[in-house]
Design a protein around this ligand. Sequence first.
Ligand SMILES: [Zn+2]
Length: 598
Amino acid sequence: MESLTTDERTTGAENVLWDLTDLYPSATDPAFIHDVETIGARCADFHGTWKGKLRTLDITAFLQMLVQYEQLAETMDRLGSFAQLIWSTDTEDPKNGRLLQQTREVAAQAGQHLVFLGIEIAALPDETLKTLIAAPELATRRHWLERVLDYKPYNLSEEVEQVLAIKSLSSRHAWVRMHDELMASQVFRLNGREYSEAQILKLLQEPNRDVRKAAAESVSAGLAEGIKAQTFIFNTVMADHMVNDRLYGYASWVASRNMANEASDASVQALIDSVVDRYELVRRYYSLKKKLLGYDEFHDYDRYASVGSDETFWSWEDARDIVVKAYAKFDPRAGEIAQMFFDRNWIHAPVRKGKNGGAYSAGTIASAHPYVFMNYTGTNRDVQVLAHELGHGIHQYLSRQQGPLLMDTPLTVAETASVFGEILTFNLLYEAATDDKTRLTMLMTKLDDILSTVFRQIALNRFEDAIHVARRSEGELSTERLSEIWVTTQSVQFGDTVKLSPGYKYWWSYISHFMHVPGYVYAYAYGELLVLALYEIYKSDKSGFPDKYIEMLSSGGSKKPTDLLAPFNVNVEDPEFWKIGLGVIDRLITEAERLAAQ
Ligand SMILES: [Zn+2]
């Protein structure tokens, strides 16, 4: 809630609230109460009607079953979205917490009746699945069925899956939760005060170098206190992952993640190789930052220091006009959809006591529409956040036509519309800036983000790759071994440009993505470089691009990413493709160097 005290300017967003009527008129409305009271019985009916019969269904009956399933899933998501959205805007009202808990419990109970479906479809003979996939009646659900077939080689028997699912609660999930709880309760001490992880990490962005240095030392000291436990947790979670890979038959530690992302191993390797090949861009960028900050030496705690200050202020109306204009200039259809979010009250914008932080676009359900959540304070950055979330919103709005099973895209392309919209808007803001000093500040802020998304995440991936491989060949890894791998994989990108403090060796231990979703982090770099490349393609040929782009967004998750991208003639398995986005980063750094030299 810091922003309430530090920024009391009126933005015009104070009363920009969403209208959730399209989900339910209210939590006391008969429609809401009816759904809460009947969803369990409806799911139980579904179970009674279809369980054990999927093998014998003809195509008409199979479609009928799927449609019923979609309706039940939609009702559960409608209840869940509604409660979640209400709660997120006022978490301090106990009524909202109760509502959220109530819908979760109702959905969990009802959902138990639906679990059989995935298992039973997966157990259908290949021939049956192929017949269903080929059926014209099921064409709009085809890719969902294709995914079931893709996963078949990795399926275990129903009994084994059930045992694994139950046992994972007291094995993998318990260890991940312990990681979270230890990090959440870890105290970081600085000048007699105690800080949480989030608070102390935020201090690393402070303009005052002494504060950053002291904060970094406090992080190191706090992580050192918990390092023994984290070493054990990392080893256990990695061993669990290894055992699962063997049981399911995945060839490498990252193969299951690539499968879930619908990204081929070759495309991920091409991405990683291309980024590692351009690590010199990191060194060039931090050399420039060192010069701008006027330092002789550049340390790990200097990386997130902000350069200059950007005082630009935009009212909510200004922000709306800029963002809608950016989208409309790209394509009128995108502009119209963006405008709808404002006209129809699909945005919750003000900073309020009790409201969650951050921003997101909630896709909700196919038969309603997305809602955008943010905390608007009027900065250049907030305008880009609005553009980012509206990008998700436009994507989700268009992909609703794919229905509940296929409206969501895989992780690697999920950020396409958001980052693309952010670029469109950044360019407008950059042109609107009145002096080079503001431009340089904007550019450095942007580059901070891009470098974190592309190079930092790939360096994290290199660490993650090395520890999983080492765990499999060397057995349990000591704290020293993990730290040595960490320092090595980080140093490669920094070279001599960034001096790492001794305590930095333990900074691998707080990164929760490693525990929550092994292999997750490369998707950030994948998404960012994909969009930078698409934007280059757009710049070189504006005529045909928007049609293909809108078509891609409208396809949602109904095709695999390579097929979604096919109309743009890109080959994600070719390192040359990834070099396009890296070339854009190179040009942005060159532009910043030019502005800095003036
Ligand atoms: Zn996003």
